[in-house]
Design a protein. Structure first.
Length: 400
């Protein structure tokens, strides 16, 4: 592994710029250069020059690997890291498009503790070894009062989900105040646990002003929270860092990524999910949404596999972060997700559970049955022959 930072970009140069000049323009802008020769540079500054390591045609453009000297980074300061690897380069007029595909940081720039729990820690809390976890997002997204929210959570828990989470637009509004909601949900999860013996996590959404986030998490933990959720793009990376590194935050951190599509979706311009995944893992996210291979916001399977590997492969001694596949999933889609992404994954369904014709509890059962079928090596159709909830879900949404 390199002792410097290596960033990989896709780019398409403006018609009057050669690919070599375009790659060099990024390397210079993000290190010692600018758009013109300058009189203030010195010989000793030159050791901090960026370097073009490779350049190859790819699709409609080129892929280049650039080396940035480790010395230009302030160890531990992720906003500063991003100002280099994902900074001004996106606005360079000589590039028609540019996308950060991946970034490798050397050991010296990863002075982070990473996830406190990670995938293994969360599996331990739930008591699983290799099966996928199944989760749900309470729907409707907003509007339910605390009592009805807790009732939906109870039904999902009885039906067998491992995780229940707030949706991203629900925080602490007047129609469903966080304290009241959290206490009501935790009481109902206790009730469910006394019936099933099964622990269920509730990721309460504490996304808020940076200054308030740790306090919100502490307060939630005082009220019995066993997981907290933060939206990392809207709150910011350092908000996640503050949260995950706080010693008082003794529960796993579920990381959602609303708004990411504005950054990650365009295959030619922006930032791919992989660098974001690496940073979330470094900063201590215990589970992170990376996407689905099918469903309402699906994306490229090869890219997604690599993103999940960035969360789970060995990386500077950090615990693996649990990847979460979510968005438009239902029992009929479970097998394809697991086949493509493996079983070290959390499969979440909102509509795909609460839209079940027989309600939330049946919907949760159907999702679990679909996962159990896959683990048993049996097709969903076959398993549905003696699992009614799954049969009803397949009838409703089909099996793909
Ligand atoms: C899914 C949902 C989540 C998205 C996030 O609801 O509310 O916010 O999954 O997507 P439903 P991503 O199951 O009803 O579609 O994981 O891609 O960031
Ligand atoms: Mg949502």
């Amino acid at each position: 592994m390199t002792k410097d930072v290596v960033a990989t970009y896709y780019f398409r140069p403006r018609s009057d710029t050669t690919p070599e000049a375009a790659a060099l323009a990024i390397a210079e802008e993000e290190t010692t250069g600018t758009w013109t020769e300058i009189t203030t540079t010195t010989e000793y500054v030159r050791r901090l020059d960026g370097e073009v390591l490779s350049l190859e045609p790819s699709g409609n453009g080129y892929v280049t690997r650039l080396c940035y000297p480790a010395e230009i980074f302030e160890a531990g300061n992720v906003p500063q890291y991003l100002s280099v690897v994902a900074g001004n380069l996106f606005g360079l007029a000589r590039l028609d498009a540019v996308r950060l595909l991946d970034v490798e940081f050397p050991e010296t720039l990863v002075p982070f503790a990473g996830p406190k729990f990670g995938m293994e820690g969360i599996r331990r809390l739930i008591g699983t070894t290799d099966r996928p976890h199944v989760g749900t997002i309470i729907k409707p997204k907003v509007g339910l009062n605390p009592k009805d929210t807790a009732e939906v959570a109870y039904k999902a828990a009885i039906g067998g989900v491992d995780l229940i989470k707030d949706d991203e637009t629900l925080t602490d509004q007047t129609f469903c105040p966080m304290d009241e909601r959290l206490q009501a949900v935790m009481a109902k999860l206790d009730e469910a646990k006394s019936e099933t013996g099964q622990e269920v996590l509730y990721a309460v959404n504490i996304s808020a002003r940076a200054d308030d986030i740790v306090e919100r998490a502490e307060h939630a933990i005082d009220l019995g929270a066993n997981m907290v959720m933060i939206d990392v793009i809207t709150c910011g990376f350092t908000a996640l860092q503050a949260l995950a590194e706080a010693p008082s935050v003794t529960v796993p951190v579920h990381v959602h990524r609303t708004m990411h599509g504005a950054i990650t979706r365009n295959p030619e311009h922006g930032i791919a999910m992989r660098p974001i995944a690496r940073i979330v893992r470094m900063l201590g996210g215990d589970q992170l949404h990376t996407g689905t291979v099918s469903g309402k916001m699906s994306h490229d399977v090869g890219e997604l596999r690599g993103d999940n590997a960035a969360l789970t492969d060995p990386y500077h001694g950090l615990k693996p972060t649990f990847p979460v596949a979510s968005g438009g999933l239902h029992p009929g889609k479970v097998a394809a997700e697991l086949k493509n992404l493996g079983t070290n994954i959390v499969l979440q369904a909102g509509g795909g559970i609460h839209g079940h014709p027989d309600g939330t509890e049946a919907g949760a059962r159907a999702m679990r049955q679909a996962a159990d079928a896959f683990m048993a090596g049996v097709s969903a159709e076959e398993y549905a022959k003696d699992h009614r909830e799954l049969a009803r879900a397949l009838e409703r949404w089909g099996n793909r």
